[in-house]
Write a protein that binds this ligand. Structure first.
Ligand SMILES: [Zn+2]
Length: 260
């Protein structure tokens, strides 16, 4: 499963910079179009976790994602403001704009969220857990690595390797070479039977030389065409191995069918 978090690009604000709302939306949109082209080239489907705020500003992009057969899930109402009522409000708004059923949720910045509230808002699955240790963010070493149920909601954590729990997420693709990523991915698939990876559209745009964004080098390096090529090569590797690429709601439904 490949997931893309389509949000207002507010990351520079975390690094003490200012970026206009218009630029935040434009960067995410340009990146999303690059992602769509990549998925189209490989004829695979994926999941786009969108903020309601993004969808309100770019309903045409949401329609395009749906028209190409991908899944829309919720990434909350705003990327940098959260209230419990946003869970259902973002779900309803995304359903309206996309004209699809919204069954998946991912919390902004993979922060903790009350599972009972996720259930009450009507979601079937939550993919908000990164079961590893990220200095300064969270330590989830005591949480399950592979999917599990909590308070009646299917949890689909981001994939990390067995034992040392090396995360196989977006940052890894900026900093680790592809042969090592595929080796780690293979050992994780062999253990769990699947992979759940997540990226952001802005990674698919060249941002490295853009000092005004204030991003540290380990985040901005290998963005743009280098990143597109790397994810493309990863998809080719997965296809050659005979792995299937699926939308997260399809995976979630298959788990519900097995367990009920
Ligand atoms: Zn996000």
């Amino acid at each position: 499963m490949l997931g893309f978090d389509v949000e207002e690009f507010d990351l520079p604000i975390e690094y003490g910079k200012t970026i206009s709302f218009n630029d935040q939306i434009t960067i995410s949109t340009t990146g999303t179009l690059n992602v769509l082209a990549l998925l189209r080239k490989h004829e695979i489907k994926a999941t786009f976790y969108c903020t309601a705020n993004y969808a309100l500003n770019k309903p045409d992009i949401i329609s395009e994602i749906v028209a190409e057969g991908h899944e829309i899930a919720s990434h909350g109402y705003y990327h940098s403001d959260f209230r419990i009522e946003h869970l259902k409000q973002s779900k309803d708004l995304l359903a309206n704009i996309s004209n699809t059923e919204i069954t998946g949720y991912r919390m902004a910045r993979m922060m903790k969220v009350d599972e009972l509230e996720i259930k009450n808002a009507g979601y079937l699955y939550n993919s908000s857990l990164n079961p590893t240790w990220l200095p300064g963010r969270y330590n989830n070493f005591n949480k399950p690595r592979a999917y599990f149920f909590e308070k009646g909601v299917l949890q689909i954590p981001a994939s990390v390797t067995p034992l040392i729990r090396f995360p196989l997420f977006w940052l890894t693709f900026h900093n680790i070479s592809l042969p090592i990523i595929t080796w780690l991915a293979n050992s994780t698939i062999n253990t769990d039977g699947y992979l759940n990876l997540y990226f952001h559209p802005w990674e698919f745009i060249e941002l490295h030389g853009n000092k005004s964004l204030g991003l540290p080098s380990y985040i901005s390096k290998n963005t743009g065409q280098v990143f597109i090529n790397k994810v493309s090569d990863f998809i080719v590797w997965g296809k050659q191995k005979g792995y299937q690429f699926k939308k997260t709601n399809e995976f979630a439904k298959s788990i519900y069918n097995e367990t009920t």
